[in-house]
Design a protein around this ligand. Structure first.
Ligand code: G6P
Ligand code: MG
Length: 218
């Protein structure tokens, strides 16, 4: 390993859904079901814009494509319905649901002397980390319930950097969502996109999955 390159970062801040585990698929299925009940066409392309967007923000985007207006009470009920479906989908998750290379990527950051953070806007993140059995691999996990603004605002990544005592310019962010990469860049950090270059155009580096995560390359 090239120690000179590791000197570039003090902390690595990971997103959860779609990076460490495939819960992005469960969010997609739950939103699809909700959209169908409201007569809104929903597909992978629409879903791409929702990745990294918080629960109410995602719902607003779906309902914008509906034919009628919704009251706040109706919106809250729909958000609750989606979350109940999502919670049921994640209920049987185990450490087997870690994506390939996830544990190795987290461990490689610690081994290189860096702090490890988690920046997910999901209010279910603590539950998912617990089911995956990886809570102890993070030095700090942002509590999504305490955020004023979701991604693409930089707040979540800046909060993680501050808690990890790292300057944003010395942080690496790892994200699968367009909004998440925008959040990392707005925070003044280096972004590793997980997915396709054509989608994650703003990322500094793009890898297909954490199995390809290699600190020497960033
Ligand atoms: C993540 C996911 C989004 C999800 C959001 C809120 O950012 O990428 O798809 O909508 O978390 O999740 P929650 O579990 O709080 O509804
Ligand atoms: Mg994600």
């Amino acid at each position: 390993m090239n120690t000179l390159q590791h000197d570039k970062y003090d902390a690595v801040i990971f997103d959860l859904d779609g990076v460490i585990t495939d819960t992005a698929r469960y969010h997609y299925l739950a939103w699809m079901r909700l959209a169908n009940t409201q007569g809104v066409h929903f597909d992978e392309e629409f879903n791409e814009q929702l990745k990294g967007i918080d629960r109410m923000g995602s719902l607003e985007r779906i309902l914008m494509a509906a034919t009628r207006q919704y009251s706040l009470a109706e919106k809250l009920a729909l958000a609750e319905e989606k979350n109940a479906q999502y919670v049921s989908l994640i209920s049987n998750m185990t450490p087997d649901d870690l994506l390939p290379g996830a544990v190795q990527a987290l461990d490689s950051c610690r081994a290189a002397g860096m702090k490890v953070g988690l920046a997910s806007v999901s209010k279910n993140a603590f539950t998912v980390l617990d089911k995956l059995g990886i809570m102890d691999k993070f030095d700090y996990v942002v509590d999504a319930a305490k955020l004023a603004r979701g991604k693409p605002d930089p707040e979540i990544f800046l909060k993680a950097a501050c808690a990890l005592d790292a300057l944003p310019a010395r942080c690496l962010g790892v994200e699968d969502a367009v909004a998440g990469v925008a959040s990392i860049k707005a925070a003044g950090m280096t972004a590793v996109g997980v997915g396709e270059r054509s989608v994650l155009a703003q990322a500094d580096f793009v890898i297909p999955g954490l199995a390809c995560f290699d600190l020497n390359n960033y």
